[in-house]
Design a protein around this ligand. Structure first.
Ligand SMILES: [Zn+2]
Length: 334
């Protein structure tokens, strides 16, 4: 993969100090934008220090990240900054503009687009630019997600366990972020994700899932904003106040296919359990009720393993096979 081959160009100078607010140009010509689309980028830099990449809007209907990152873009006091923050608050800008998970330009899911392709569609072009040109500049990265319109997440951080040295560095940042649940991803991590791109480039990185339902939630926005500041303090990039005490964390994983409870058929989703609960195998989780077949009795859905409920479908009407609940289980000590 050639770094020089990217078709994306940015209006900001990644090496210059100060608060630069600009755009990267996506050379995708269509009827709406014949001379190309654009996405936002900010570079906040002052003095000597590390480089942190903050990304939101990888999926366009997830708001805690974009809201918090826009607070930082305009609110961060450069007099207290030592280092450089590269902010991409709407990575898949066409998807964010459409308030959609995937790009309306090419259907691309940005978290399944890495390492990308400089000659591909707009989603692949952006992914290639980030992996080949942006991530190599960075000492750490955080990718902010939420559940989108379809689901709701208890706040949770996700990171790769490998390689061990990078994992240990990332865990020091996770402890400064302030979220208790930490999902250690193993073989189930998709190698087309931002996490995978950071892993390939050797950048300590974690993603987070903060709420969802397609809403902008004040508590989730605050977790994202305070978390980013906490990580910057832990990296020695801010001297505005002392770092907070490290967050107690609970290491969890998703290793069993039965962590996910899926709808047996389409209909109305009638959930009985809320996020954050500990559930047991065999416990009644909810019902699927089919209003279009009114004589049909409701179908019970049950949890199949013991676990902690971290993900819940937030749709009222679901299809057969759709994920209704996601459980995480504690990582047992070796
Ligand atoms: Zn997402």
């Amino acid at each position: 993969m050639s770094a020089a081959a990217s078709r994306i160009t940015a209006s900001v100078d990644l090496d210059a100090p100060g608060r630069q607010l600009g755009y990267y140009r996506i050379p995708h010509s269509d009827d709406a934008m014949p001379y190309g689309h654009r996405g936002p980028i900010a570079v906040l830099a002052a003095g000597e220090g590390p480089t942190l990449l903050l990304t939101g809007g990888v999926h366009g209907d997830e708001y805690a990240g974009p809201v918090a990152l826009m607070r930082l873009v305009h609110g961060l006091d450069l007099a207290a900054l030592r280092g450089r923050v590269i902010v991409l608050p709407a990575v898949n800008a066409p998807a964010v503009r459409a308030a959609a998970r995937c790009s309306p330009l090419d259907g691309g899911n940005m978290n399944r687009a890495f390492p990308g392709d400089p000659d591909g569609g707009p989603t692949a072009m952006i992914a290639h630019w980030i992996e080949s040109r942006i991530l190599p500049l960075c000492d750490a990265a955080i990718d902010f997600h939420s559940g989108g319109k379809a689901s709701d997440y208890e706040p949770i951080v996700m990171l790769n366990r490998e390689p061990p040295a990078v994992f240990e560095r990332a865990m020091t940042l996770v402890r400064a972020f302030g979220v208790e649940l930490v999902w250690l991803m193993g073989a189930m991590n998709d190698n087309r994700s931002v996490n995978a791109a950071a892993q390939r480039t050797g950048v300590p990185m974690f993603a987070c899932e903060l709420g969802g339902r397609g809403e902008s939630n004040p508590a989730m926005n605050d977790i994202a904003w305070r978390g980013a500041l906490g990580v910057m303090r832990a990296m020695g990039m801010l001297d505005d106040e002392p770092p907070l005490a490290a967050q107690h964390i609970r290491l969890v994983e998703v290793t069993h296919p039965r962590c996910n409870v899926v709808a047996p058929h389409g209909g109305l989703f009638d959930p009985l359990v809320e996020l954050g609960c500990e559930v047991r195998a065999g416990q009644l989780a909810g019902w699927i009720r089919d209003p279009f077949e009114i004589e049909r009795p409701p179908t019970a859905v049950h949890f199949e393993i013991d676990g902690h409920l971290a993900i819940r479908c937030s749709r009222g009407l679901v299809q057969g096979g759709e994920k209704l609940f996601g459980l995480v289980t504690d990582v047992l000590a070796d």
